[in-house]
Design a protein around this ligand. Structure first.
Ligand code: MG
Length: 367
């Protein structure tokens, strides 16, 4: 199965309601779709949303890197030589992890189709279903409490609360949500780098003293302040989850060696795709550190890739893959199925995606 063409397009999916974090606000998922065609007629799909605030990658940089650096490295390659192809993607440019992720996902999709197996099975996984949490956007405390109550009514029993703007107001936000949903709902807090280390220690100790029963706090401090992250981790009893601080496998080496966090949040757009994510999983497992699998505001193409990884690796114990739930429509046919909070993988080969509708195809690079 020889790769003959890379097509690039954009896809926009409106959200049911605006999504707001300490870093950004959006009412639409805009993403870049990659299709790798082969001489057998099989097509592999990949995806890269622009997340300049997190990865530094924009629509322009993603499209340019794929067309001018990654496509020339892949065209003419045999899909059965997956490792060589993935290495070529990794070596095509420094950085640019989202563009690399799109190509890496499409290559894995083709590899699964070549082998006639879903990806999770090729990695030795047996589990097909798991439940995601549901994200509550950053807003005024009473609005967040209302959104949380609505999510619980809709059947979600694990919520991720976005905070990180005004730490005193954040304490109110978290308290208001806990009072509204009662003691039985699992609550996670994501500060998206919004606190200083001292603010983080103060607010987390306050949550502990108030008995708010928060399962974990994600990325309390600035991404580069790994020493500050460690100070927070060492100072509180609550689990601290690194997100923006752990992008590459090399970041993971440092965080694990320093024990700067209790857990790592893996996202394919940060790790440059599944191959980087698998390396982080292996390191975390070796260190006895559990992982969450998360996503940016992505369509179901790359979220399906993350779901295959999530079910195939026991070190992944927490799932934050709700972006397709937040979307008003689903243009991705096939792939992971959503039934409320529960995600199920099918036994279709590769990612199991049949088609991506509504893509504005813009560029094609042929070998
Ligand atoms: Mg996060």
């Amino acid at each position: 199965m020889i790769i003959t063409e890379m097509s690039l397009g954009t896809l926009s999916i409106p959200l049911k309601k605006p999504f707001r974090t300490a870093l950004r606000s959006t009412d639409v998922v805009t993403t870049n779709i990659v299709a790798l065609a082969t001489d057998s007629g099989t097509v592999g799909y990949g995806e890269a949303p622009p997340t300049a605030a997190i990865t530094g990658d924009t629509d322009g940089s993603i499209a340019c890197t794929l067309a001018t650096r990654i496509a020339p490295a892949l065209l003419g390659r045999d899909v059965s030589e997956l490792h060589d192809a993935l290495t070529a993607v990794e070596r095509s440019a420094v950085g640019n992890t989202s563009a690399k992720a799109a190509a890496d996902i499409a290559l894995h999709d083709l590899w699964g189709k070549l082998c006639g197996q879903p990806l999770y099975r090729l990695w030795g996984g047996t589990k097909r279903t798991f439940a995601t949490d549901y994200t509550i956007s950053l807003n005024a405390p009473d609005e967040m409490a209302r959104d949380a109550a609505e999510a619980v009514r809709d059947g979600y029993d694990a919520l991720k609360i976005k905070v990180g703007v005004d730490f005193r107001l954040d304490m109110e936000r978290i308290g208001a949500v806990r009072r509204e949903v009662g003691p039985d709902v699992l609550l996670r807090v994501d500060a998206n780098q919004g606190w200083t280390p001292k603010e983080a220690i103060r607010i987390i100790r306050h949550m502990e003293d108030e008995g708010l029963d928060i399962e974990l706090v994600e990325q309390p401090v600035a991404r580069h302040d790994v020493e500050g992250l460690k100070r927070v981790t060492d100072a509180v009893d609550t689990i601290i989850l690194a997100d923006e601080s752990v992008c590459s496998p090399r970041d993971a080496i440092r965080l694990i060696a320093m024990r700067a966090a209790d857990m790592l949040n893996i996202k394919l757009m940060k790790s440059g795709g599944l191959s980087g994510a698998l390396r982080i999983c292996a390191m975390a497992e070796s260190a006895g550190m559990e992982c969450m699998i998360g996503a940016m505001m992505e369509s179901k193409v790359s979220v399906t890739a993350a779901a295959h990884l999530a079910t195939a690796r026991r070190v992944v114990t927490k799932y934050d893959l709700d972006p397709p739930i937040l979307c008003a429509s689903d243009p991705v046919k096939g792939g992971v199925r959503y039934d409320g909070a529960v995600l199920s993988l099918t036994d279709a080969p590769g990612l199991g995606i049949d088609a991506v509708e509504g893509v504005d195809w813009k560029e094609s690079v042929k070998g």
